[in-house]
Design a protein around this ligand. Structure first.
Ligand code: DAH
Length: 352
């Protein structure tokens, strides 16, 4: 091979490089093509240097090196152009993105399980013509006990120990004080429910807390009987659980009703088998109720000779526990966010 032939060969290699650059669409493709040319034809041509006459070897070597550099430069330039194009493409893709904007709101949190159940009960009863009313959490002895036929030395006070305030008031032990308040305010006939927070001086365990929720219900009209009471109570449980719930009715003593009942429902945590939540009985006391005592009607300025009525005190906290399968009441006031119900599925909290 003489120098002219060598130059001819080198030009061919450069043209091959040019073609490879055109054909390779990616950086990897470019690198592979470059390596093929450098290790293949360029390496071969370098070996052919020995065939040249000694006085031509310098010029031949120089020509080969120049060609090799030209090939390498060509690939480097192509790689650089590809990188620039990538960056420009990214910029274009994110042209509408403003990194200073706050992130989109994600759905987090949910209503508290007790609130969910409270709203269901409210929806049901407002549909039945009941008004939703409230009462103070700080109550007087009169409304919490006296007006409910529980005078000062009555033993029923022992079952409802509470937190007393220095002014002689107390934190209400139940929502029943709303009964006489409502009677006095609106008079008969009357249909009200009063959901709210209640307090007791309790030893806290899986099913007792010092703070919990009830819903009081009161219906007063002419000719109201136990049959009305039972029908409403069953309807209430059916609506909240969206199915027929196993219940039992037994006599229960509450000074402000006569006769008084306890409506229990089969424990949803253990399916009636007996567990810590139901204190191994298989039943949960959920709906104490009864016919309003004549003395209570009198305190509410209602003539018991003319009107009768029923009342109930629904354990809202317990109902939420049953509905969502919450085994420990402390989950509800504990402040652990895992105690919230999944808003998408309305399934129970993540806490056991
Ligand atoms: N207030 C009672 C309690 O907390 C529950 C109760 C029982 C309410 C009977 C009523 C009722 O309205 O009729 O223990």
């Amino acid at each position: 091979m003489n120098l002219t032939e060598l130059n001819e060969l080198l030009r061919t290699i450069e043209r091959q490089a040019e073609a490879a650059v055109r054909d390779a669409g990616t950086a990897d493709g470019l690198r592979a093509a470059e390596s093929r040319l450098v290790k293949g034809p360029l390496a071969d041509v370098l070996k052919s240097i020995k065939a040249f006459a000694p006085d031509q070897r310098g010029a031949a070597g120089q020509a080969i090196n120049t060609a090799k550099n030209a090939v390498k430069d060509r690939f480097q330039a192509a790689l650089g152009a590809l990188r620039d194009a990538d960056v420009a493409g990214e910029r274009k893709k994110t042209a509408g993105f403003d990194p200073t904007l706050p992130p989109p709101l994600s759905r987090c949190g949910s209503l508290h399980p007790v609130t969910i159940v409270q709203r269901e009960v409210e929806r049901l009863f407002t549909g039945l013509g009941f008004a939703v009313v409230g009462g103070p959490e700080m109550e007087t002895d009169y409304y919490n006990f006296e007006a409910l036929n529980i005078p000062e030395m009555h033993p029923a006070r022992d079952t409802q120990d509470t937190f007393w305030l220095t002014n002689g008031w107390l934190l209400r032990t139940h929502t029943s004080p709303c009964q006489v308040r409502a009677m006095k305010k609106w008079g008969p006939p009357l249909r009200v429910i009063a959901p709210g927070r209640c307090f007791r001086y309790e030893a806290v365990d899986a099913s007792h807390d010092n703070t919990f929720f009830q819903v009081e219900g009161l219906l007063i009209d002419k000719h109201i009987s136990i049959a009305h009471l039972i029908a409403f109570m069953k309807l209430l449980l059916r609506e909240v659980f969206h199915r027929e719930v196993k219940v039992r009715l037994r006599p229960g003593y509450f000074p402000f009703v006569e006769p008084g009942f306890e409506m229990d429902m089969s424990c949803e945590i253990c399916d009636g088998a007996g567990c810590a939540t139901c204190r191994k009985s298989g039943w949960i006391e959920i709906l104490p109720c009864g016919m309003v005592h004549p003395n209570v009607l009198r305190h509410g300025n209602i003539d018991p000779g003319e009107y009768t009525g029923f009342a109930f005190g629904l354990g809202l906290t317990r109902l939420a526990m049953m509905k969502f399968g919450i085994a420990d009441i402390r989950t509800l006031n504990g402040g652990d966010i895992r105690g919230l119900v999944n808003p998408e599925t309305l399934s129970g909290p993540a806490l056991a």
